[in-house]
Design a protein around this ligand. Structure first.
Ligand SMILES: *Cc1c(COP(=O)(O)O)cnc(C)c1O
Length: 411
């Protein structure tokens, strides 16, 4: 970054500090990952200079011959990766993608069934402060109190009673596989559109480690920067029947020009995910999460639903006499990044909830194996149990640094 060092040393210094933080800390935020150098090079390319409102072959600006080829490649690779009929690769991020899906299929006030936020859903799935909850009439399903799992019989009961226009399946904090086929059967019974939001698990689906909703669902949205390990951005995949409405909704409905540099970086990420190594990566992400969950449970921590089928877990830390916010702070001190999280039926408030959410996509990218993941779990338990012992916390910080040195980023 020679030029940046001359033009803007202040920003260069901050980038350096953040890079160091990422290298010397353990990233367990379930929605984060480390994009490859190739993805970042595409992001930092001349494509950022271009305007290309419209779609391949139908642009509202000249000079888009190359961009058309870039977007076509991204589309072709995405279709191959997910085996979908149609894809729009232009949504700027996950929430705008979901907005485009709603605009394409619903009228304000229409009823949608989605997973409640504090039970693992996402803001854009009908939370009252979000545009989705303000514009549409969301009814929410929950997880069962005893099992921590979504009970499909209850989802069916709510669907039969409420007759939603759309049924939404997807989550940001749920550690079990969704029963795509059952969602589809329920939707067919009530004549609802099926919409899956796979923002968190797209990489695990692309890596063939968990089942895909694409054979069953009408519309599937995803971010490209979580387990899929690409640039920040999103995609909307759908059956051919919805293709025109989805495209019209993204542009000109919601957005102006697509971010062509990010489209190119998506294409690079799809190419990477099509390689056999990515299947190993997806499998390892889940193995690491299961190793971490088992070790945490052995140490007496409660994991919602008692384990995980995917890359994440929600841990109730209150049995150790600490809140989620305090656990997040103490873990930050020892160099472990996590995010506080509500647990289902949380007696505490969202700003200081009972849990933390942990995920293994980022550590698996830097080569952590199951044994490393168990070591991280032990460090978490020790830090939480010794949260007011600064000496002990310092020694845990040292062990975390050693682990990071053993598994360098971009080695
Ligand atoms: C992360 C996430 C999104 C939103 O993505 P942004 O890019 O942050 O807007 C949407 N849906 C789900 C389920 C997510 O986990």
């Amino acid at each position: 970054m020679k030029t940046l060092s001359q033009t803007d040393p202040a920003i260069l210094e901050l980038i350096g500090k953040e890079t160091k933080r990422q290298e010397e800390g353990i990233e367990l935020i379930a929605s984060e990952n480390y994009a490859s150098k190739a993805v970042m090079e595409a992001l930092g390319s001349s494509l950022t200079n271009k305007y290309s409102e419209g779609y391949v072959g139908k642009r509202y600006y000249g000079g888009n011959q190359v961009i058309d080829e870039v977007e076509s490649l991204a589309i072709e690779r995405c279709k191959k990766l997910f085996n979908c009929e149609h894809v729009n690769v232009q949504p700027l991020s996950g929430s705008p993608a979901n907005a485009a899906v709603y605009f394409a299929t619903l009228k304000p006030g229409d009823k949608v069934l989605g997973l409640q936020l504090d039970h693992g859903g996402h803001l854009s799935h009908g939370h009252p402060v979000n545009f989705s909850g303000l514009l549409y009439n969301f009814t929410q399903y929950q997880v069962d109190k005893e099992t921590g799992r979504i009970n499909m019989e209850k989802v069916r009961e709510i669907a039969l009673k409420e007759k939603p226009k759309m049924i939404l399946a997807g989550f940001s904090a749920y550690s079990r596989n969704l029963e795509w086929k059952k969602f589809k059967e329920i939707a067919d019974e009530v004549g609802a559109i099926t919409f899956a939001d796979i923002a968190h698990i797209a990489g695990l689906i692309a890596g063939k480690a968990i089942e895909s909703p694409i054979p069953y669902f009408d519309i599937v949205s995803s971010t490209t920067h979580k387990t899929l390990r690409g640039p920040r951005g999103a995609i909307i995949m759908c059956k051919e029947k919805f293709a025109k409405d989805i495209d019209k909704s993204v542009f000109p409905g919601m957005q102006g020009g697509p971010h062509d540099h990010a489209t190119a970086a998506r294409a690079v990420a799809f190419h990477e995910a099509l390689q056999p190594e990515f299947q190993t990566y997806a499998k390892n992400v889940i193995e690491n999460a299961q190793a971490m969950a088992a070790e945490l449970m052995a140490a007496g921590l409660k994991i919602i639903s008692d384990g995980t089928d995917n890359h994440l877990m929600v841990v109730d830390v209150t049995s150790k006499g600490i809140s989620g916010k305090e656990a997040e702070r103490v873990l930050d001190l020892v160099g472990i990044s996590t995010s506080r999280s509500t647990i289902p039926f949380d007696p505490r408030k969202p700003m200081d909830p009972s849990g933390i959410r942990l995920g293994t996509p980022a550590i698996t990218t830097r080569g952590f194996d199951a044994e490393d993941s168990r070591a991280v779990a032990r460090a978490i338990t020790q830090a939480i149990e010794n949260h007011s012992d600064n000496k002990k916390l310092e020694s845990i910080r040292e062990s975390i640094l050693a682990l990071c040195k053993k598994r360098p980023l971009y080695s």
